[in-house]
Design a protein around this ligand. Structure first.
Ligand SMILES: CC(C)(COP(=O)(O)OP(=O)(O)OC[C@H]1O[C@@H](n2cnc3c(N)ncnc32)[C@H](O)[C@@H]1OP(=O)(O)O)[C@@H](O)C(=O)NCCC(=O)NCCS
Length: 173
């Protein structure tokens, strides 16, 4: 039987911290060459070390992403010292449901704890039972509040966009 350890090293997924320029290239590619305001916002915060881009790769190809914000104006999301916000979690469609997202999430949570954070927060759309189950499994057991503004999803004026109601969850690290 093929298991993780019998895979050639190059085809095993690996996780690394990526940079602002990579983010801009990636998000521009997804937007037909345009730079979405949210990409500018993320890149800016990565450059100022208030945000991190964690990339999951296999054979040099990006298969998953997770972003961390350390400080945000709404301290319920991230307070810069004890609490960090995770967002824009994505695994390539063909690779979903194989435990890769969990691997990425666990690695980033471990890293946040090592960096001295005590809590992690994450948003989940109300009624998205699959993601809620995933986050509960990872210990996001506290619901902080319902939100209608996404603090990291920007409009053209670089103001947080209104979005469908989501729950802000928290986990003790
Ligand atoms: C959420 C996501 C990153 C999880 O990555 P993943 O590699 O599929 O996660 P894992 O394989 O470790 O865990 C699978 C769990 O993810 C959840 N999940 C959510 N959407 C899923 C999908 N389309 N396919 C498979 N699992 C999904 C389920 O809870 C599943 O657990 P279950 O066995 O209890 O149903 C990925 O499904 C994804 O990219 N979804 C679309 C974008 C999204 O919803 N992002 C989160 C909100 S910002």
């Amino acid at each position: 039987m093929l298991n993780r350890d019998s895979l050639p090293a190059a085809s095993r997924p690996s996780i690394r911290r990526a940079g602002a320029e990579e983010l801009l290239r990636l998000w521009r590619g997804r937007s037909g060459g345009n730079t979405p305001p949210t990409a500018v916002f993320f890149a800016d915060h990565i450059r100022h070390e208030n945000a991190e881009f964690w990339a999951l790769e296999r054979s040099g190809e990006l298969i998953g992403e997770l972003y961390v914000f350390k400080s945000l104006p709404d301290r319920d999301f991230a307070d810069g010292r004890t609490k960090a916000y995770l967002c824009a979690f994505l695994v390539r469609e063909a690779d979903r449901g194989k435990g890769l997202g969990s691997q990425l999430l666990s690695a980033v949570l471990t890293r946040l704890k090592a960096d001295g954070f005590r809590y992690a927060t994450i948003g989940v759309e109300k009624g998205d039972e699959a993601n809620l189950r995933l986050y509960r499994r990872h210990g996001f057991s506290v619901t902080i509040k319902e939100c209608r503004l996404d603090p990291c999803f920007m409009d053209e004026e670089m103001r947080p966009r209104a979005c469908p109601c989501f729950l802000l969850l928290s986990k003790t690290l």
